[in-house]
Design a protein around this ligand. Structure first.
Ligand code: GTQ
Length: 352
C-alpha cells in the first residue's frame, strides 16, 4: 500500500508539473482553500493610534504639498496585506491632510469615496459645484464619477490643518478592473450652488417635487456630526441600547432609504460608559474611526485599546466585542451593500 501511495504521489506531482505548462491546475489540491468551511482570509485586526500617526502626518505636510501629491494621504494598510493599499481585501482607508492655503486639485474617478473628518475644521470638499465645510465627525460623500476638489481656504498660521479619514472602494473597483479617472483643467471647480443646498433639498424628510434619483449615491453630500450626535443621545435616553451594538445607526440615502453609496455602508454608534457588548461576527469586516471616548475592541481574544482619533479594523468573521470606559462614539464603514446585493452577507449575534 505504502509503495502504491508513494508511487501515486510521485505520478501526481509529475502530472501537476506538466499541467502547469498548459496553465491549468488540479482543483482537488486546493478545494478546501478555495471553498473554505468559513471565511479564512489573510486580514488581521489592527489599530492605528492617533499619537503614533500624527507625527507622520505632520512630516508628510513638510515633505510635499497637497497640489504636488494630488492627494496627500497616508494609507492604512492591513499588516497582512503589505503593499496592497488595502485595509481589508475589499476596502481602502487613508488619512488625508490639507493645510491652510492648500488645494487638492479637481478630478473624478469611478471609485466612490467617503470622508470622515478626524481633526480640524474649515477645509472644504466640493462636489457638483457645491462646497461643504468640514468639521470633526462630519461624514461626507464623493459619489462615483463626480468632480471633486478639496481646499483649506484659511490663512496660514491662523487656520487649522485638517485631517480626514478617506474610505474608498479602490480594491473592489480593482477587482472588477473597472477603474477610470480624469483630471479637470481647472484646479478648483466653479461654485454653482450655495453651501447647504443639497442638505436643504434632500436632508429634511422632503424632496423637490420633480426629483428622480439619477445615481445610486445619496444626493446629500454631508451628514453633519451635530445631527448624528443628537440622535444617538436621544435614542440612548429613550432606552434603545442593543446588547451587541449599543445605539448603532446606519447612514441612509434619503431618496431611497438604501445605503448612501452603492459599494460602502457607513455607521455611527454610541456606547455609554461601562458598556461591554456581547460578541458579534459578520462577513463585512469594517474600519472604525473613534470620535469620542475610549475603550477597547477585543478581536479574536486580542484587545485593541482605543481613544479619540484612533482607527482600527475588524476583519470578516472574526468574533469581537466592544467595551467603553467613557461615553464613546464610533464611526465605521464596510462593504455591506456589495455583500447584501450578492446575497452573501452573513452575521451572528453570539449569545453568552
Ligand atoms: O480624495 O480623491 O485617499 O482619489 C485616494 C484616492 C483620496 C480623493 C484617496 C483619491 C482620493
Amino acid at each position: 500500500m505504502a509503495t502504491t501511495s508513494t508511487e501515486a504521489t510521485g505520478l501526481r506531482s509529475a502530472f501537476y508539473q506538466e499541467l502547469k505548462q498548459l496553465h491549468m491546475s488540479p482543483l482537488w489540491e486546493s478545494l478546501s482553500v478555495l471553498v473554505p468551511h468559513a471565511p479564512n482570509g489573510p486580514c488581521v485586526p489592527a489599530l492605528w493610534k492617533w499619537s503614533d500617526v500624527l507625527p507622520f502626518i505632520k512630516r508628510a505636510g513638510e515633505l510635499i504639498t497637497a497640489e504636488e501629491a494630488v492627494r496627500r494621504v497616508l494609507i492604512l494598510e492591513n499588516p497582512a496585506l503589505p503593499g496592497q493599499s488595502s485595509v481589508t481585501q475589499s476596502l481602502y482607508a487613508g488619512l488625508q491632510l490639507i493645510l491652510p492655503g492648500e488645494v487638492a486639485p479637481a478630478h473624478r474617478h469611478v471609485q466612490s469615496a467617503l470622508r470622515f473628518i478626524v481633526h480640524g475644521s474649515g477645509a472644504y470638499t466640493a462636489v457638483d459645484g457645491e462646497r461643504t465645510t468640514m468639521s470633526p465627525g462630519d461624514f461626507i460623500i464623493t459619489p462615483s464619477w463626480t468632480w471633486h476638489d478639496h481646499g483649506n481656504p484659511g490663512i496660514e498660521g491662523e487656520a487649522e490643518p485638517v485631517v480626514w479619514l478617506d474610505g474608498l472602494d479602490i480594491p473592489i473597483v480593482r477587482f472588477f478592473d473597472a477603474g477610470f479617472e480624469e483630471k479637470a483643467t481647472a484646479k478648483s471647480q466653479a461654485v454653482s450652488r450655495p453651501e447647504g443646498n443639497a442638505l436643504a433639498r434632500y436632508g429634511h424628510n422632503l424632496l423637490p417635487v420633480d426629483y428622480e434619483p439619477t445615481s445610486r449615491t445619496s444626493p446629500i453630500f454631508s451628514y453633519p456630526y451635530e445631527r448624528s450626535r443628537e440622535v444617538l443621545d436621544r435614542l440612548y435616553r429613550d432606552g434603545e441600547l442593543d446588547d451587541w451594538h449599543g445605539v448603532k445607526l446606519r447612514y441612509v440615502n434619503p431618496a431611497t432609504g438604501g445605503w448612501p453609496m452603492p459599494t460602502m455602508a457607513t455607521f455611527i454608534q454610541y456606547l455609554p460608559r461601562g458598556f461591554a457588548s456581547k460578541p458579534f461576527r459578520t462577513t463585512d469586516g469594517a474600519v472604525y474611526s473613534v470620535v469620542e471616548g475610549s475603550g477597547r475592541a477585543i478581536v479574536d481574544g486580542i484587545a485593541f485599546e482605543f481613544g479619540p482619533r484612533d482607527h482600527f479594523v475588524v476583519p470578516s468573521w472574526q468574533t469581537f466585542t466592544l467595551q467603553a470606559d467613557e461615553d464613546t462614539v464610533l464611526f465605521s464603514f464596510s462593504d455591506r451593500p456589495v455583500q447584501a446585493a450578492l446575497g452573501i452577507l452573513r452575521e451572528e449575534k453570539i449569545a453568552v
